[in-house]
Design a protein around this ligand. Structure first.
Ligand SMILES: NC(=O)c1ccc[n+]([C@@H]2O[C@H](COP(=O)([O-])OP(=O)(O)OC[C@H]3O[C@@H](n4cnc5c(N)ncnc54)[C@H](O)[C@@H]3O)[C@@H](O)[C@H]2O)c1
Length: 281
């Protein structure tokens, strides 16, 4: 198994900054890389704000907050990976972009390093094929918001080695998250099961049930923490339709988006971000 002590995170947006925070909070020194100094300082501010909330709630001291921040080292060049044991990529969800980055990483990272992608929908096997070490490529699918969500889906590509899986499992536990290993088919476990459920909920609204009744049924009768319509509004109707399209491509018509979701998209009722979805905001 590879002993992981030096970690680099590529991309410091919504997911990257959360991943950097939890890794630094667990005592690791972590390098973060993005395409401009402005984006790096924005990530630093975001992490500082998140840690300040923990100080306010008395979960960490001011001294601990300062120590965590001091363990985060920014850089704009991909050369930051030259001494890494583990690199976690969290750049935008575009296969071409990720494939290009993994090709570069393969040249720049030490031979033993594990290359991980935080992709939520792209095949790890295709990303791994851009390298000469596909056995050391794995999916590490963190959930949003990273500091809050407990689980991390670890995606086993077609040729990911057991040693790589074991190392990633050990690392995930060391940052106080629960690892779950999933096979490399579209949507892995989480997105596939969740989106089938959300799509079916949209059909029950088409049947004439109100979004509130659908949500109340699932919250009070099955103990879901949140109703599916409220969750779809939070995620974005456009995002749900996009992911269903990927699942339909791989698994066929059972994942065809409910006509209601397409109609809502056409009306611009995308959920919270547009002020209206199943509910008004
Ligand atoms: N947002 C979510 O809820 C969520 C959940 C799970 C997984 N994901 C996945 O995580 C990944 C990142 O998503 P996000 O929401 O954090 O995106 P984001 O747009 O918030 O952040 C992406 C960051 O990557 C940077 N970037 C772009 N090109 C780069 C390059 N060549 N090198 C280094 N950095 C580069 C951008 O400047 C930006 O800071 C995606 O693959 C996404 O599918 C997202």
């Amino acid at each position: 198994m590879i002993k992981i002590s030096r970690v680099v995170v590529l991309g410091t947006g919504t997911m990257g900054s959360g991943i950097i925070q939890v890794i630094a909070q667990s005592g690791y020194r972590v390098k973060m890389q993005d395409i401009s100094d402005y984006l790096l300082s924005r990530a630093q501010q975001r992490i500082e704000k998140s840690l300040s909330k923990l100080v306010e709630k008395k979960k960490i001291s001011v001294e601990e907050k300062d120590n965590i921040l001091s363990r985060i080292v920014p850089g704009t060049s991909l050369d930051v990976v030259s001494d890494a044991d583990l690199i976690i990529e969290a750049v935008p969800e575009q296969l071409d972009l990720k494939v290009g980055i993994f090709g570069e990483l393969d040249k720049l990272a030490p031979k033993h390093a594990i290359l991980a992608s935080n992709t939520s929908s792209l095949p790890i096997t295709a990303i791994a094929a851009a390298t000469k070490r596909p056995q050391q490529v794995i999916g590490m699918h963190f959930m949003n918001p990273v500091p809050v969500m407990r689980g991390v889906e670890l995606i086993r590509g077609r040729v990911t080695s057991q040693e790589t899986i074991d190392s990633a499992v050990e690392f995930t536990c060391s940052i106080n998250k629960i690892p779950v290993v999933a096979q490399d088919y579209a949507g892995f476990i989480t997105s596939r099961v969740l989106n089938a459920y959300l799509n079916e909920a949209a059909y029950t609204v088409m049947d004439g049930n109100t979004p509130k009744d659908v949500d109340d049924a699932m919250v009070y009768c099955t103990n879901m923490p949140q109703g599916p319509c409220a969750l779809m509004d939070l995620v974005g109707i456009d995002v749900i339709v996009y992911v269903l399209g990927i699942l339909e491509n791989e698994f066929g018509p059972k994942f065809k988006a409910a006509p209601l979701l397409r109609q809502m998209m056409r009306a611009g009722h995308l959920g919270r971000k547009s002020g209206r979805g199943f509910y008004e905001y």
